[in-house]
Design a protein around this ligand. Sequence first.
Ligand code: TRP
Length: 376
Amino acid sequence: MKKIITGVKSTGSSMHLGNLMGAVLPFGRTAVGNDAAIFIADLHSLTSVKDGKTLREQTLEVAIEYLAIYGVDTPITIFRQSDIRGITELMWILTNVTPYSLMNRAHSFKDFQQKREQAIADLNYLKWKHDAFSESNFLTKEVLESIDKSIHERTIIIQKLAEDFSENLNMWVFNYPILMAADIIGYDCEAVPVGKDQIQHLEMTRDIVRAFNKTYGQEVFREPEAIIDEAVAALPGIDGRKMSKSYDNFIGIFDDEKILKKRVMSIVSGSEWVDEKKKNPDECNIYNLYRVFATPEQTVALRVKYESENIGFGYGHAKTELLSVLTEYLRPYREAREKLLQNPAFVEAKLAEWAHIMNARLEEKMGVVKEVVGVN
Ligand code: TRP
């Protein structure tokens, strides 16, 4: 029995098939026999959602979606990050043992900083070249003019980057991984299922644990491990690339039926005509989605159709069959969500129950932490 935790932000994207098959259902399976919790990281979402009403609604929507998938009697503890009062307090305490140099390495910040530094270095070089040779005839007039132009362009780029820096790059960049560490170690969690993009954050969490334990000379926190499920194959999106929100190639689970249909019908396929044999089904996006949601018998039957000639079967038909298995597969989840939407008070009551459990866990840990660091 392990303590497992994961968090999802509520930045406005509703769950899609890739999330469901790649993360949400696998987490449900990992949870069996373990002590598992999933929370909606609304405090982390503050970094990009700057409207209170919107954030509140989106956070509730995510909670409802998870409840719809796992069921209202799920053994998984589903909670809202901001319901746990002590989490930001723990973050503050951790901030005091977290080296600046550690935060400075975060990809999100480093990329930004490197772009700016490179632009400044280029500009300084161009200025030097311009000043060094403008009074001589080592460089032609044309070359000097092109240098002038580059200096001007780069100055604008740097100005833009600086504006972006001051407007969008606030302290969340530094504090984000520290809050994430608090989310994990505050409840003594041992394992964290995450996507590849979060591996660095988990490493930082372990570094923070070591720094704390070393500073106070006690094993107060434990180092969590990341669970990265390599076995879960990425689901293809409607354009054939990995299904993802950022590619806008996803099929949303809870979208309106019309949108669901539109997305399925726009899956990129081969161009063979109805009476032609189709391309290799294993390379077809429709087939590759179909086999995930259909029974083995249905999958074999579709394969036979792909490999037949003169049966009046085209990619449009394959899409219609996919839509029908998908609709069946998703029906219980969609119905469960509809029911929960009708009863937000019930959802809030469930969240309050779970928040109570997690608050108690964190409080117990904070008792030890505060004793060690010497605050009340
Ligand atoms: N940073 C994670 C993401 O962007 C969300 C998150 C916040 C999280 N706290 C966490 C994930 C703790 C796992 C554990 O997806």
